[in-house]
Design a protein around this ligand. Structure first.
Ligand code: NAI
Length: 336
């Protein structure tokens, strides 16, 4: 999709962080934007911005895990703007971190439900409507670098994001004949308030977490995200990706190389020699190239403050199991 003016964009999670940046950039490209978000306070703030700009925008309160609400939202767009969206951007997401082995069903049901289920619901709701409209279009999702780099503290989140990346590739191939492009945006650290969701945004029915989640862990995350990429800069990367019909956007100068190295890691998992190579590599300090790429992803020079070395995370208990899970104990690990 190269021409945006006069077309309609529907953006989930569009009232805050990455999604709000996308709403701004596509609005400035001349689109009518629909921001769909579960938080009314976020919607009110975002709509005040568009009202002040005099730009056409419409807010819909939508929980992306609710399929009835999703269908009603799609009907509402057609009623308000006369047709179904040309650009669908599936950005709504939540995260919470802790040891994989401490994860509860609620941790999985909440995070995978929003991050993966919400994307499935968006695709099933809108793809038939976009095909029936017959004017092509584009579908994008804000995935995550986590889709390529699972970690011991991010199991539900990384699994959901890896699932989304795989899912989008299916749609990329399936929708090409209809003139509908698909883009997976895979950023690492974004300047946003995503950490708020672990307390304020977590529904009551999924409240049983295995992780230590406190106001202090949120504050620590806030300090990490303060270094993250400006959502407007990220949205510019996405816009270019959409214009170029690019399937994958790793929004960094070294993005393609980062993807190549991630895939090389997978290739190494697939042979005994490769496994040995990975074991040896784990004992070495990161190379200069890796340090440069980590700094790009985190948004600051990691040589000045190496990743994982920060004292506050130990004091705060970030990424730890909640206290009563006393069996999550490093003294019980065979290879510490
Ligand atoms: P954010 O919290 O600032 O924005 C997310 C928006 O989604 C919020 O307005 C929130 O109310 C909304 N939302 C949450 N659950 C929802 C639901 N069930 N239904 C509808 N809306 C819902 O967070 P941010 O950072 O802008 O996140 C946007 C996307 O970017 C997410 O998918 C996240 O996983 C992804 N991402 C974020 C990174 C970061 O460092 N913050 C890094 C990589 C990817």
């Amino acid at each position: 999709m190269k021409d945006f003016a006069g077309k309609i964009a529907f953006i989930t999670g569009g009232a805050s962080g990455a999604g709000f940046g996308q709403a701004q950039i596509f609005s400035e490209a001349g689109m009518k934007v629909v921001i769909a978000d579960v938080r009314q306070d976020h919607l009110d703030e975002a709509m005040a911005y568009f009202k002040q700009k005099g730009a056409p925008a419409h807010a819909i309160k939508l929980d992306v895990t609710n399929r009835e609400q999703y269908a009603a939202a799609a009907d509402e767009v057609e009623k308000v703007f006369g047709e179904t969206p040309d650009l669908l951007v599936l950005t709504a997401g939540v995260n919470v971190f802790g040891p994989a082995e401490a994860s509860t069903y609620d941790d999985y049901d909440w995070v995978v439900g929003v991050c993966f289920g919400g994307v499935v619901n968006g695709l099933v709701t809108f793809v038939p409507r976009m095909i029936k409209k017959g004017k092509g279009g584009h579908i994008a999702s804000t995935v995550s670098w986590g889709a390529f780099g699972a970690g011991p503290m991010t199991a539900p989140y990384s699994a959901a994001k890896a699932g989304v990346l795989n899912l989008l590739e299916s749609y990329f191939v399936a929708l090409k004949p209809y003139g509908i492009g698909v883009t997976a945006l895979c950023p690492a650290n974004i300047r946003s308030k995503i950490y708020e969701a672990a307390i304020q945004g977590r529904p009551e029915q999924f409240k049983n977490t295995g992780y230590n989640v406190t106001e202090d862990t949120q504050k620590l995350l806030a300090s990490i995200h303060a270094n993250g990429m400006d959502p407007r800069v990220l949205a510019d990367w996405l816009k270019k990706g959409v214009e170029n019909e690019q399937f994958l956007v790793a929004p960094y100068p070294s993005g393609p190389r980062m993807v190549q190295l991630a895939l090389e890691r997978f290739a190494d998992y697939a042979s005994p020699e490769g496994m040995k190579r990975l074991e040896e590599k784990a004992k070495q300090p990161p190379t200069e190239e890796e340090v440069k790429m980590m700094s790009e992803r985190e948004g600051y020079d990691v040589t000045a403050r190496p990743l994982g070395s920060s004292g506050p995370s130990i004091d705060v208990g970030f990424g730890k199991a909640k206290k009563d899970l006393d069996w999550v104990d490093s003294s019980k690990k065979f290879n510490k």
